[in-house]
Design a protein around this ligand. Structure first.
Ligand code: CP3
Length: 321
């Protein structure tokens, strides 16, 4: 389940009281492992997802950031000009050693009981933070740059894509058996712009990883991807993550022979056991017997009852074909 470790779990909130900084929780090996394993122990999912953030690798290639409790990520320096690009440097994996250390421990802890999943943000999504300097609802600065300063933005996206390919390989070497690419803000682009500003850079990451680490399955997820599905399916990835705004039957048809992941509406987990069971069965029936990773259509929401998450997993285990 996307974001299966996190704030909806009491055990997690208890850790957060003792360690109030999200950077500390997501950058300290013992805490990462403990938090990642909380849902594994509670629900026995088939996949264990590294507790981390899409911004975690930033310092490894020259981008510093802080997290404000209210505003989210804040970058002191943004990249908007050719001069600013000098801030970037070759990937220094020693800055993210805790990621590899955690994945190694997690592989040992879960053994053959579950797959260990790593993830990265898509270059476009990460660059929204690098250019805007913080979260945005309009993407005004970066989208304007697409028109007014395309060379610099293309250079930035290329550099970030190359750094991410190294970071993904590093996660795989350490024990990640599946990688998910989150283009969380890809759906903010008109499809023809996604073709130019996001897709080629996801492709750049995936092709490099397919070369250095062949055979590791890669899932591509974009939030709000209804207008993008056919385009996403042309990427050299194995699985397309579907958000909950698309009917599974339509999604299946639109991505052709790729595997699919998803796509139960995360809000169904607030609606009680019968609704959960119906939603899970409905999605599984529409997805069919093979090439489907049951999941939510996006991450578990804060406030979701833990019993509902348990019920989701319990129901999924009763489904046979
Ligand atoms: O599409 C996706 O699901 C990926 C989503 C995503 C993550 N980080 C993964 C994540 C995005 C878009 C980010 C960027 C980011 N990092 C944001 C979003 C800001 C925006 O633009 O809307 C924020 C707030 C951060 C920093 C951060 N990440 C905080 C403060 C927290 C909450 C930590 C806490 O315990 O209070 C997170 C959590 C987070 N981001 C997780 C993941 C997988 C862990 C699970 C969770 O807490 O939900």
């Amino acid at each position: 389940m996307m974001r299966q470790a996190g704030r909806y779990m009491k055990e997690y909130r208890d850790v957060a009281v003792k360690h109030p900084s999200f950077r500390e929780r997501s950058e300290t090996t013992d805490l990462i492992c403990e938090i990642t394993l909380q849902p594994f122990r509670a629900f026995q999912p088939d996949g264990v997802i590294l507790f981390s953030d899409i911004l975690t690798p930033f310092p490894a290639f020259g981008i510093d950031f802080e997290i404000d409790d209210y505003k989210g990520p804040m970058l002191e320096k943004t990249i908007r000009s050719a001069e600013d690009l000098k801030m970037l440097h070759e990937v220094d994996l020693s800055k993210v050693e805790f990621v590899a250390d955690s994945l190694k421990i997690l592989r040992q802890e879960v053994g053959d009981e579950a797959a260990v999943l790593g993830f990265v943000g898509a270059p476009w999504t990460l660059c929204t933070y690098i250019v805007e300097g913080q979260s945005t609802s309009t993407y005004k600065t970066i989208k304007s740059m697409c028109f007014n300063n395309p060379e610099v933005l293309h250079k930035l996206l290329s550099a970030v894509a190359d750094a991410l390919a190294v970071y993904v390989g590093f996660q795989i070497d350490a024990g990640a058996q599946v990688i998910q690419v989150f283009d969380s803000w890809g759906g903010q682009l008109p499809p023809h712009m996604w073709e130019e500003w996001s897709k080629p850079y996801i492709e750049r990451v995936v092709r490099k990883v397919n070369q250095t680490h062949p055979g590791v399955p890669i899932t591509m997820y974009a939030n709000g991807s209804g207008g993008l599905l056919e385009r996403m399916a042309t990427l050299p990835v194995d699985t397309i993550g579907l958000d909950w705004t698309i009917d599974m039957e339509d999604g299946r048809r639109r991505v052709g022979d790729k595997a699919v992941q998803g796509n139960v509406d995360p809000v169904v987990l607030f609606a009680g056991e019968d609704a959960i069971e119906k939603a899970v069965r409905d999605v599984c029936r529409k997805a069919g017997p093979t090439g489907h990773i049951l999941n939510l259509g996006h991450g578990v929401l804060v406030g979701t009852p833990e019993e509902s998450v348990k019920h989701f997993f319990d129901v999924s285990k009763t489904i046979t074909y």
